[in-house]
Design a protein around this ligand. Sequence first.
Ligand code: DPP
Ligand code: ZN
Length: 873
Amino acid sequence: TPVIRLEDYQPSPFVIERVELDVRLHPTTTRVTATLALKPNPKGRPDAPLVLDGDEVNLKGLSLDGRAIPAAEFEASAQGLTIAQPPRRPFTLTIETEIDPTANTQLMGLYRSSGNYCTQCEAEGFRRITYFLDRPDVMAVYTTRIEADRDEAPVLLGNGNPVEAGNIAGTNRHYAVWHDPHPKPAYLFALVGGRLGKVGKDFTTMSGRKVKLAVYVEPGKEERAAYALDALERSMRWDERVFGREYDLDEFNIVAVSDFNMGAMENKGLNIFNDKYVLASPETATDMDYANIEAIIAHEYFHNWSGNRVTCRDWFQLCLKEGLTVFRDQEFSSDERSRPVHRIAEVKTLRARQFSEDASPLAHPVRPTQYREINNFYTATVYEKGAEIVRMLKTIIGEADFRRGMDLYFDRCDGTAATVEDFLQAFSEVTGRDLSHFSHWYAQAGTPRVTIKGTYDEAAQTYRLDFTQATPATPGQPNKEPMAIPVALGLVAQDGRPLATSSDRVNAQGVFILDKASDSLTFTNVPSHPVPSVFRGFSAPVKTSLDLSNTELLVLLRHDSDAFNRWQAAQTVAMRLLVALSTGAAVTDADITGLSAALEMFIEDDAMRDPAFAALVLTLPSEADIAQEIAADVDPDAIHKARTELKRRIGSANIGQLWEFHQLLADLGPYSPDAASAGRRALRNVALDLIAGADKRLGERLAREQFDTAGNMTDRLASLSVLTTLPGAAREGALTQFSERYRDEPLVLDKWFALQATILEEGTLERVKGLMNHPAFSINNPNRVRSLVGSFAMANQMQFNRADGAGYAFLAEIVLRADELNPQLAARLLTAFSAWRMMEETRRKHAQQTLQAIAEHPNLSRDVSDIVNRSLE
Ligand code: DPP
Ligand code: ZN
């Protein structure tokens, strides 16, 4: 398959100004008539042929300005349509195609989910509906007429505003016409037809425009859409208040579907969601589900400006909309919830998903320069690291200039397909700064490592920090330039008092910019040997090596004014112990007692003041985090043993207090998903988990009680999760009860699949294989596959990486099966292998052989072949 390169970008030789679509829905033979108003692009090559993209569409008719085109004058295949000599003036092309939505198991283009018709067009799905210039810089005004059987699809939705609807006399068919006045690329097209229930409300925008908001779900589940609707309203208000951005259509519709490759899709005025990120009730959704729904509703809504009004010139610019929109949804969640707690959650995700990607053969820049399959670039790097870049930009230029730059960007680029350069240009202009060095963040892959050494001069009362930075080689990028790294920092006295210090290298916000390979800064008037607190709030996506003792770090845990670094300090001490225990290095009893005593003090003094924060402090780094830190010759069994042991020690040392939390924090009133209530449940359930790690019988008893009496899914699932760590009849009984209770709730059974797939025991692979035959499991449904197979491969490092290679062989089998149905899903599963090179030799060999066998398999999709080949490079 060909490599697509950023440097080869050429404007399209033709533009499409208007699209009229007539879609006659039918389960197996849907007819699409597309009438395209085309004209030559003055910026394009003047003599170029017209080449329209297509993918599995059947051409049924083709005419130009109303006249059928003779067969000799065009060439059509399932993959494209070429007219060698198109007119060099405006003209109308009418294309009739036939497609089969029922046979569409890829879930790209028009397909059916639970009988309903829906679409997914990002990145290149529109070409599966009709032949088109399917590239984001071709923006057109769409009018869509949708026709269907009244019984089969009483609800018909399109982009934009409703224009007209009615019955077709003498038939059981009806139709609706939608018009979207905002020019958009084809990837933002959507339509829906089906039997759907609805909740809605009216919204008045900041300028007084009335908008109808609605969320459509499976009939009977309307109550479960209330939280999503509320989150939408809050998102709209927030974007007005914080970014000055207003909604621009008469309606905003969200539709939840059960079969969806991604989380959700920001189609103009008609967002389509994975139902997992819409449906919630206290009985079926956890606190985490509620938080995710809020974040993803916000994310897709915010795309209306960052993505839709200003879209991407080409797919290399994906981070322009995704990184920016993730940043915006993170800020929204931080404002709606607890900022420090949310920041810690963001960083945990970034490290688990993006740092691991950056350290793997799949590492790529936030703005890649080449791809074979764009679907494989919807990655943590583009999204999460992309968001960190925007956050650093804000840290460097300050809040006021950031907002001025955003305003300029939105206003200037409105209605256009923009680039990363356009984005940075807006900030350069409002600040007068040269951001060319900063832009390395978009171009250079790999996680920089910053090494910091502190020196105190008592006589001079100065404290010097020496910094060096280095970014490791990544595929295609052997040598790296130094990056522009914002370091938010401060000094804390050994007794915990903050030190009012100064250095001319640190700005008023406490930020130092490290933009050379090495640099130092000196604080003056430092009365005693301080403890430095660096990268406060995780001010840059880097790894840090800092020569602080555990004792000094524990001063930060206790006293730092920066909550993120308090958490980080505890994590760093725990990680040091876990790495040492995992690799057989010396660990003294005093080392372990040092941490558990500090945590004991933290529990007594601080935990109840902010339970959500305490829950994070009391959670040890995951087994995968520890593997990342060790990074070479990883032995997952040793890591598991080490973590279990440290958890036991911390639990035992604090068991009385933890038990008290567990009693004290029980939910008394009715369930509320707000952050404070969720935080109390989080601490209570972390306490339960630590108790069970230290005293199995007590843990099992408390977990069983909680399982029986829980008034919400958060507590029920947490207790079941603790029970699954304890082999025996209690566990199996609870698992059975749970599956019977939620027999008709696929999204709840997903949690049940995932819990069992993550059991850290040898029998898990057999259990997962058995569950593949469970009536609720289906290889066609991405949520089911991700819950069972994805959780096993991505969240059970110990059992997926079995020394006998059986975990790898299993995943390979499922990837190949899934690839025949849904290549995107298969390719995503396959990325579980990305850490293979850091495993110890036996596992490494098994993984390599398995990957080679996949690579040699005939008829791989482009998606899977791209991932497997890059993984082996
Ligand atoms: N654009 C979707 C999102 O919101 C994914 N394709 O991330
Ligand atoms: Zn997005």
